[in-house]
Design a protein around this ligand. Structure first.
Ligand SMILES: Nc1ncnc2c1ncn2[C@@H]1O[C@H](COP(=O)(O)OP(=O)(O)O)[C@@H](O)[C@H]1O
Ligand SMILES: [Mg+2]
Length: 310
């Protein structure tokens, strides 16, 4: 795999001194769907805006298709399609005129067959002569995507494509994204919905406070999130984990009054039934048991602490 977008130590300090990107480094593979997952204010839009040439970074560098985003701005911009976070459309224009216009802005010659293909793929062909203002919110989003595709970009940025959209529309959007991937378009989308990232992304980059915390393939990240912890409070504290329980990876709390057992909820068996049987065999009386799910937030916190420690 080769990187089509390469970001090195990218920084952005806004006028007024706010540091929105604190050195972002990221490689995006050709043909993948990458979700940038992070809370509001994390810097997702700033990162996309910098890569698309809308915001000038104040440090670091980035290339798209091998071209530097600053020195070769025109070359990189031609390779990029951007679907912005806000619905910014010409209300009185017809759908097809608006999409043609977007292509024209890149100085490309008219290509009616291509425009038709894009509109058909987005189920907009029947609406091509409708004024944009008459369309539903979901259809307007499709028009934004059609416009972003009109100059045949190799990389498509979708900034919060489903924020404030109902469940059905969200699924439509996921299908559109999956379809674009089969056409060979590399897709970077931002979201603050973990379910959305899980549903469509090949890899997830977690961004918070202007920094990328991790980039990992979706399956691995979801496995980590699927871990649960079983906490077993003992009636009588023990000094050590009894040797007969050595086969389980148990942690004893400092006061010896509780054991914790971490297990994978996605695994075929959790091992809990056997563990409880063996606890009884070891002569341990239980006062209480509880389970705790590791949430994405905890993973964030864990990662942030790890960073602090290093
Ligand atoms: N033009 C600007 N001037 C100053 N601060 C800004 C500007 N744009 C965004 N910010 C700040 O930068 C941070 C990141 O914003 P943004 O990139 O929009 O985050 P996200 O898209 O992840 O919600 C936020 O704290 C925001 O208030
Ligand atoms: Mg944003």
């Amino acid at each position: 795999m080769t990187a089509i977008v390469s970001v090195k130590d990218l920084r952005k300090v806004y006028d007024g001194g706010f540091e929105a990107l604190k050195g972002v480094t990221l490689e995006i593979e050709e043909g993948e769907i990458l979700a940038l997952l992070g809370p509001n204010g994390a810097g997702k839009t700033t990162l996309i805006s910098a890569l698309c040439g809308i915001t000038v970074p104040t440090g670091g560098s980035a290339t798209v298709g091998g071209y530097d985003i600053i020195e070769s701005y025109r070359d990189t911009r031609r390779l990029i399609g951007l679907v912005p976070q806000d619905l910014s459309l010409e209300p009185f224009e017809k759908v097809i005129t608006s999409v043609r216009l977007s292509r024209g802005l890149f100085g490309l010659r008219r290509d009616e067959a291509l425009i038709e293909d894009i509109l058909r793929r987005l189920s907009l062909w029947d609406k091509r002569n409708d004024q944009i203002k008459t369309l539903s919110g979901g259809m307007k989003r499709r028009v934004l995507i059609a416009k972003a595709l009109s100059h045949e970009p190799r990389v498509l940025f979708l900034d919060e494509p489903t924020a404030g959209v109902d469940v059905e529309l969200r699924r439509d959007m996921w299908e559109i994204v999956a379809d674009l991937k089969t056409q060979g378009v590399t897709i970077i989308l931002t979201t603050h919905y973990i379910e959305e990232a899980e549903a469509i992304a090949d890899r997830i980059g977690v961004i918070t406070d202007g920094q990328i915390l991790l980039v990992q393939d979706t399956a691995t990240l979801m496995r980590q999130m699927g871990r649960k912890e079983l906490r077993i409070d003992l009636k009588t504290p023990v000094e050590a984990v009894p040797p007969v329980l050595g086969g389980y990876d148990l942690q004893l709390t400092a006061d010896g009054a509780a054991l914790s057992y971490s297990y994978d909820t996605n695994a075929d068996g959790t091992g809990i039934t056997a563990l409880l049987g063996d606890l009884a065999k070891a002569g341990l009386a239980l006062a209480d048991i509880h389970t705790k799910q590791s949430s994405l937030e905890e993973i964030f916190v864990g990662l942030v602490h790890k960073e602090d420690a290093s």
